[in-house]
Design a protein around this ligand. Structure first.
Ligand code: SF4
Length: 569
């Protein structure tokens, strides 16, 4: 086990004595010791010339940076609504039975700590859990028993046999002969830009950088491409603003911190076509005048980090070969949903609590290190690269005027075919359900917990896209027997835990909504109290600082209004 002072020395030697070194130091301390002690905090404060309060404040913000003593193995069982639907409670019982501890507790010998965690990005294969950095999916009670026993006996071979490993290989990015779509029926149109057979990122980037920069930005604007993370800002405009910003120093950041419940498409992209993402980032750097790129990978995807770094080395070499003065580095997140918000992500990269900034200024003018910064989602960079090669008109042959092209959807819940699919935007929810439902779908949650819950009677009139319900791609299907109270309760617990607490309407509001629905269900409060809660959610929409607090009302209002009888009784 490496001592904390040695960790500090190594990281400061490589990255300098700046606050940006704080997250890598804290992450390495966790890797070595599983928790950050008071002594570690004092050592880090001294090593970085920061106050202990600053170190403590940052460490306690992130759920993966424990400051409480933990066991040698930290079990993090996913408790998302999909995990619950697929049998998470059974898995919890098994772990409790073997280890005699409940979530939040450690074994007496301090070998295990058992925690529950929010979505870890495997809604297509729940239940799932992380044990330290090891990943286990599609858990059954039997499999879980074997896994825990393997850890107890120290049988590494057995542990290995159950683990899900990264599949990034030499073949990723070179053959990509794997359309994720399969054959679709009905009116849902599949597309194949992300996982297409012709995945030569070198050739695509090489062709793209020959295009005049201003012409390419015009083409990107003309294409109508909007950010694929959910917010939907026009990509061409973002790149244009960053290009026109006057600064010697600019940055490109790929936001790979997909934490929305029910989303896992970036996981699949990074596993299958990582070089396409890196090439899209390099194209962006070339266009806007940035020499440095970062991919911010969510802490829950730590299991793929080493493979991704190896693949990145190849891409960085490719950029040199193409004569591009651009390279990319990977920065890790540490388990905070709010860091999916672009300015919170920047704060995190700067070694601070992931608290969203006031906007303006927007990152395109003052982002990372206060310099002009383009932040786009993983998927958006690939589409930009594709548009450089196929042109705006071709891209626009799919989708609608407001929602051009296709996008990836993470499909989970009560569906016979969970997975990642590239589909044309603008389809109706009725068409979507015909393709992915099993004939008994009563509601679809479009856009994850921060999106909208659409009941069956509205499927026909709901368009998936910016004309209707925009989505970052999370689509969760619920059948007739599912309790929408349980769904809402799960979301509200999620928001209460993930609110960064910076602004009162969100911090207090999330908790009030959570406590409020529980009180109504237990008849402690009358049905009329729902009206107060609806009003509160409206206030949160206006008064909260970032998308988290602003969007809680989406799922709250849509579930309460459409399934009131399930919430109240
Ligand atoms: Fe933080 Fe919530 Fe305010 Fe966003 S809305 S800044 S998550 S407290």
């Amino acid at each position: 086990m490496m001592q904390t002072k040695t960790i500090i020395e190594h990281i400061v030697k490589d990255s300098g004595k700046s606050r940006e070194s704080l997250m890598p130091i804290l992450q390495e301390v966790i890797k070595q010791k599983n928790y950050i002690s008071e002594k570690d905090i004092l050592d880090i404060a001294e090593g970085l010339d920061l106050s202990p309060a600053e170190i403590y404040g940052t460490a306690t913000f992130y759920s993966f940076l424990d400051t409480k003593k933990r066991g040698m193995y930290v079990i993090r069982l996913c408790k998302s609504i999909i995990a619950v639907m697929k049998g998470k409670d059974e898995i919890e019982k098994v772990i409790t039975k073997i280890l005699h501890i409940k979530p939040g507790e450690s074994t007496q010998d301090n070998m295990f700590t058992f925690l529950e965690t929010n979505d870890i990005g495997w809604s297509d294969k729940e239940p799932s859990m992380l044990i330290n950095e090891d990943l286990f999916i599609e858990l059954t009670p039997e499999k879980t028993t074997e896994i825990i026993k393997a850890y107890i006996s120290g049988d590494e071979k057995l542990i290995d046999s159950f683990q899900t490993k990264s599949i990034i290989s030499d073949k990723s990015c070179s053959n990509s002969n794997q359309s994720k779509c399969g054959e679709l029926k009905g009116f849902v149109k599949k597309a194949d830009m992300i996982f297409n057979k012709d995945c030569d990122s070198l050739q695509k980037l090489s062709a793209a950088i020959k295009i005049d920069k201003d012409n390419f930005i015009s083409e990107l604007i003309e294409s109508g491409l909007r950010g694929r993370g959910g917010a939907g800002f026009p990509t061409g405009l973002k790149w244009k603003f960053a290009k026109s910003a006057q600064s010697e120093e600019k940055y490109v950041i790929c936001n790979a911190d997909e934490g929305e419940p029910g989303t896992f498409k970036d996981r699949v992209i990074l596993q299958e076509v990582p070089c396409k993402v890196f090439a899209g980032m390099a194209l962006c750097g070339h266009i806007v005048g940035a020499k440095k790129g970062f991919l911010y990978l969510r802490g829950e995807y730590i299991w793929m980090a080493n493979d991704l770094k190896a693949k990145l080395e190849e891409s960085n070499q490719m950029f040199i070969d193409l004569g591009l003065d651009f390279n990319i580095e990977i920065r890790m997140g540490s388990g905070a949903y709010v860091c999916g918000e672009e300015t919170a992500l920047i704060e995190s990269m700067e070694g601070k609590r992931g608290e969203p900034r006031n906007k303006p200024p927007y990152p395109a003018s003052a982002g990372f290190r206060d310099k002009p910064t383009v932040i786009n989602n993983v998927e958006t960079f690939i589409f930009a690269l594709e548009i450089a090669n196929i042109g705006a008109q071709h891209f626009k042959t799919m989708g609608t005027s407001d929602s051009a092209g296709s996008k990836l959807f993470s499909i989970s819940g009560d569906t016979p075919k969970p997975g990642v699919y590239e589909l044309e935007l603008g389809m109706t929810l009725a068409d979507f359900v015909e393709e992915f439902g099993d004939g008994d779908t009563k509601a679809v949650q479009v856009g994850g917990a921060s999106g909208f819950c659409v009941p069956r009677r509205k499927f026909k009139d709901t368009i998936i896209g910016f004309e209707g319900i925009p989505t970052g791609g999370s689509m969760m299907l619920f059948n007739s027997h599912r309790s929408m109270y349980n769904v809402l309760h799960n979301y509200l617990e999620f928001f209460s835990e993930e609110s960064c607490g910076q602004c009162t309407p969100c911090r207090v509001g999330c908790q009030q909504l959570f406590n409020g629905v529980e009180a109504i269900k237990s008849r402690e409060k009358s049905e009329n109290y729902l009206d107060d809660l609806l009003e509160l959610s409206e206030t949160m929409k206006i008064a909260s600082k970032c998308g988290l607090g602003q969007s809680v009302a989406n799922s709250f209002k849509s579930i309460v209004r459409e399934f009131k009888e399930e919430i109240v009784y």
